[in-house]
Design a protein around this ligand. Structure first.
Ligand code: ATP
Ligand code: MG
Length: 552
């Protein structure tokens, strides 16, 4: 794991430092508590990173705890994907993996303690009535008619709820706090509800009642011995309840600390909105490479360390803001520039024929795998009379400073020769250029002119008969506006050009590459091999990020 967060200070670190100064034996314990009801996204990565790195830099412990208190939305598939994603990021949690459901017995006992102390009661109001009775920010709530039930009756009803004697929605267990509190979370919040179907993915049909998030979360933190319970700002209003419950139960009292969640431009991070993109088929799944989920970013070829470096740079703050997605892309480029092998690949090919190059020979040239890393070595690339170059590298009537190919001009073919354009052949109907004709300077092997003349442009190319056709998926931003998250009709701003598929021609060395390998296609961008063989036998590459930030 990278250690960059270690170098900067932030308000959470300040709190931890102070706590350690006051208690020299304190072992810092944090936790990352995802609900297994969706895939992790880049915002979760930030939360996980903060929790894991705070523990690590303090020689402490970070638990992974699944907040699995709602069987209607949660399942094992999400549990597995969350574990995979965290492992992929290189975040190591304390074993064993924790589950809120591990504590269902204990939580049930805690609830009974509250009842016995007169701090909780079974309420028979309907969910609708509970909402109405709660009041509003300006109006106090109204006490439930069941608020003053006898303790013994409450105990009996709660046990019957547990035993499945009542229908879903017919009864709940509520704390008895204050129906006129200025904080709506303290107006006798529900702490247990009846859920009969579906089965829980771990406890199966053992339970007919489940604790709410508010009841499970703080108590689970306490059971595990968490010292600093770090969460996002929306829980600030829940903190008085978090504290109230721990005080009433007289158990270990972790400190809840809130920070601002990550918002990223041109995408959405709300699980509900992401789920909509999937169910409405705007994308092919949670791991569609356009999504901000970790599963998608992995398919897209983002190196995990780039994501951690991004999280470290973004840091923690108390105020919400939107981070420019280009900052994330910057970290991806920075990392891939160091690690990705270079290859020559032509995305929009047009044929180029070197008329004075013999048709019966071919040569190979030595190409550098990674100029940033000499240890990456070299490879051989074949060269022949007919090659492909990028359509955009030729202009018939160039404007301004165009140092690439045009009739009469010279360019260097990377690693090969200097060529001069003599003519083009067009399709008689479409007038599109179908062939570019050139001559080469046989003395310019390696791309250097013997007479010292300066050649400004260098083009990438592939030998036509040796190249491998590949399917290339080029991605753009998911939405056309910067802050789709704040729009109710956000789907209206879906970027219909967010995926373009092309057939490229790549140098033959990619035949031996492994799925998941990152490449820089020289002069174009970074790509990852998604599948070695597609239906028509050609490999599929995903574009990770363009070589430069063209949106700046
Ligand atoms: P839900 O609406 O389902 O609760 P959630 O995104 O909060 O969605 P959780 O699984 O509860 O999902 O999140 C796990 C942890 O990640 C929580 O501590 C949550 O606060 C944090 N988290 C979620 N989204 C972000 C975000 N955008 N930035 C930072 N942290 C986040
Ligand atoms: Mg949540």
């Amino acid at each position: 794991m990278n250690d960059s967060i270690l170098q900067t200070s932030n308000f959470i670190k300040d709190i931890i430092e102070k706590d350690k100064a006051n208690n020299h034996d304190l072992t810092i314990m944090t936790r990352f508590p995802p609900e297994p009801n969706g895939y992790l996204h880049i915002g979760h990565a930030k939360s996980a990173y903060i929790n894991f790195s705070l523990a690590k830099e303090n020689n402490g412990i970070c638990n992974l705890r699944f907040d699995d208190t709602n069987p209607t939305k949660e399942n094992q598939i999400f549990v597995n994907s969350i574990k995979d994603d965290l492992a992929w990021l290189g975040l190591k949690w304390e074993k064993p993996t924790r589950y809120a459901s591990d504590y269902f017995d204990k939580l049930y006992d805690f609830a009974k303690t509250l009842i016995l102390n007169g701090d909780a009661y079974v309420c028979d109001l309907t969910p609708e009535e509970i909402r109405t009775f709660r009041g509003t920010l300006t109006n106090p709530g109204i006490d439930s008619p069941y608020r003053n039930r006898e303790i013994s009756e409450n105990i009996e009803l709660f046990e019957q709820m547990k035993n499945g004697c009542y229908e879903e929605g017919s009864r709940v267990l509520r704390t008895k706090i204050d129906m006129s509190s200025g904080n709506l979370n303290l107006r006798d919040p529900v702490i247990y509800r009846i859920i009969k179907t579906p089965e829980h993915h771990r406890t199966k049909n053992k339970w007919q009642i489940y604790p709410t998030y508010d009841f499970a979360h703080g108590q689970a933190d306490s059971i595990e011995g968490v010292t600093h319970s770090i969460c996002t700002l929306e829980f600030e209003d829940h903190k008085p309840l978090y504290d109230w419950l721990l005080e009433k139960l007289k158990i270990h009292h972790p400190q809840q600390i809130e920070f601002a969640r990550l918002n990223l431009s041109f995408t959405v991070l709300s699980k509900r909105k992401l789920a909509n993109l999937v169910s409405e088929k705007y994308v092919t799944g949670w791991d569609d490479p356009r999504m901000p989920t970790l599963a998608a970013l992995r398919r897209r070829g983002y190196p995990p360390v780039a994501i951690l470096n991004f999280c470290a740079e973004v840091g923690v703050a108390k105020r919400e803001n939107t981070i420019d997605i280009s900052l994330l892309e910057h970290h991806v480029r920075k990392e891939l520039n160091q690690t990705a092998s270079r290859i020559l690949g032509v995305i929009d090919p047009v044929k180029l024929i070197i008329d004075n190059y013999p048709s019966n020979i071919s040569e190979t040239f030595e190409a550098i795998n990674n100029p940033e890393n000499p240890k990456a070595g070299t490879r051989k690339i074949p060269f022949s009379r007919e090659i492909f170059i990028e359509k955009s590298d030729f202009m018939e009537n160039p404007t301004g400073k165009f140092f690439r190919l045009t009739i009469g001009s010279e360019v260097r073919l990377k690693y090969a020769y200097i060529i001069k354009c003599t003519d083009v052949v067009k399709d008689p109907k479409s007038k599109e250029i179908v062939e570019i004709h050139c001559t080469y300077d046989p003395l310019s092997k390696g791309g250097v002119a013997t007479d010292g003349r300066k050649i400004k442009g260098t083009l990438h190319w592939v030998s036509a008969s040796d190249s491998i056709p590949a399917k290339i998926k080029i991605y753009d931003r998911l939405f056309t506006i910067e802050k789709p998250e704040t729009e109710t009709d956000y789907l209206k701003y879906f970027n219909n050009d967010s995926l373009i598929t092309k057939t490229a021609q790549l140098e033959p060395s990619i035949i031996s590459s492994k799925e998941g390998s990152n490449y820089q296609f020289e002069r174009i961008g970074y790509f990852v091999l998604e599948k070695k063989y597609s239906n028509n036998n050609s490999p599929i590459f995903n574009q990770t990020v363009s070589l430069r930030d063209s949106k700046k």
